[in-house]
Design a protein around this ligand. Sequence first.
Ligand code: FMN
Length: 408
Amino acid sequence: MNMIKPEKVKDKAESLDSVYTWSTGVSTNNRLVKASTEELLAEKDGRMTKGMLSLYDTWGASGVGMILTGNMFVSQEGKSRNGNLVIFRDDQGLAEQSELAKRIQAHGAKGIVQINHAGRQAMAHTGFQPIAPSAVPLEGYGSIFQAPRAATEDELEQVIDDFVESAVFLEKAGFAGVEIHAAHGYLLSQFLSPLLNLREDRWGGPLENRASLLLQIVDRVKDAVSETFLVGVKLNSADFQRGGFGEDDSLQVIEWLSEREIDFLEISGGNYESPAMMGSESTQKREAYFLSFAERVRAVSSVTLIVTGGFRSSSFMDDCIRDGECDLIGIARPMIVEPDLPKRLLESRETVALQARDRLGIKTLDNMLQTFWYKRHIASIAQTGQSLGPRASRVWALLTEIPKVLWG
Ligand SMILES: Cc1cc2nc3c(=O)[nH]c(=O)nc-3n(C[C@H](O)[C@H](O)[C@H](O)COP(=O)(O)O)c2cc1C
């Protein structure tokens, strides 16, 4: 693979608290990024709520340099569950999204919306039969998710249009950029997977075809927005499934994305069936579990790199930036438990995020339970500006969240 020429202008002294500047002149105040966490604060129909705005008042004031919103959906039929925000491209939507952009960026953070289509990872309570590359149902969740059907050619063209229109609309609303979600087993990630994409047309077969939905979206979004509007991609290093999308495939896709001069790449891994994004014994060799893959990315591309997953201590984060292992550091769960953590991370060289007791040790239950538990905290920040703290009840999280999963 060819080394892609550097696009970014680096500051001389690189540390967690140093500015990061792109070649277009856009910059972030420091290297900390609030990684996406689904808020589940929207109205049932996907509209914005006051809670959503209040949540981002708190995170916006945290001192973090860049904020990636939780995934927002490019269409109503493409959402993952009720409570997800849908990007309504109408006057009301523009007023609401403009207000959100303002709140997120009130203290200087760059606000980036993560744009997504759930594909088969859509809960049955949404009432829509999901589209996917092929009719391969999700395993291990009983009837919570509905079996998908293979998308038609017209539907895929509509998906591309929805991503492009959403990006253009969000630029108009005042956001600094978008992150196209191609990780964690959602639609674009499903297309990349040889296990889930069994198509025999131009969207299936060799990796080049499987990547073409993502690459066409990137090309068309970049053509449609201005040069200073950041366009990033979240991509799996691997799906962590035998025979699935693996590291070598991912490196090839990264090379194609780098040729397109995306503004940033965030690496993660896994999906609902294999939730490696939350860390697992096989991935948790260092504090941040995708760093060994980041080293492979650095060898083939000089794209601005965000690594997310497992970062907890300021000294470790600072070392990673100083050593050039990545350009920006994503933190998700620590900012849910301690919404003001970034200030301490940036001021001190010794701060360690509070460790939440978020595992029971039963793999399938743990994934759901963790998500429930963190969502209770997000709801609390939205209501009171405070999280529930690391000792909040897990049983209560289970009791309150299960009905929402089943019935929306
Ligand atoms: C409650 C919750 C919601 C999440 N929602 C999203 C999401 O909307 N989009 C996404 O890309 N990742 C999502 N993630 C994954 C995080 O962005 C991140 O990759 C993961 O939590 C690992 O980072 P951490 O160790 O800093 O928490 C979510 C994680 C949690 C805990």
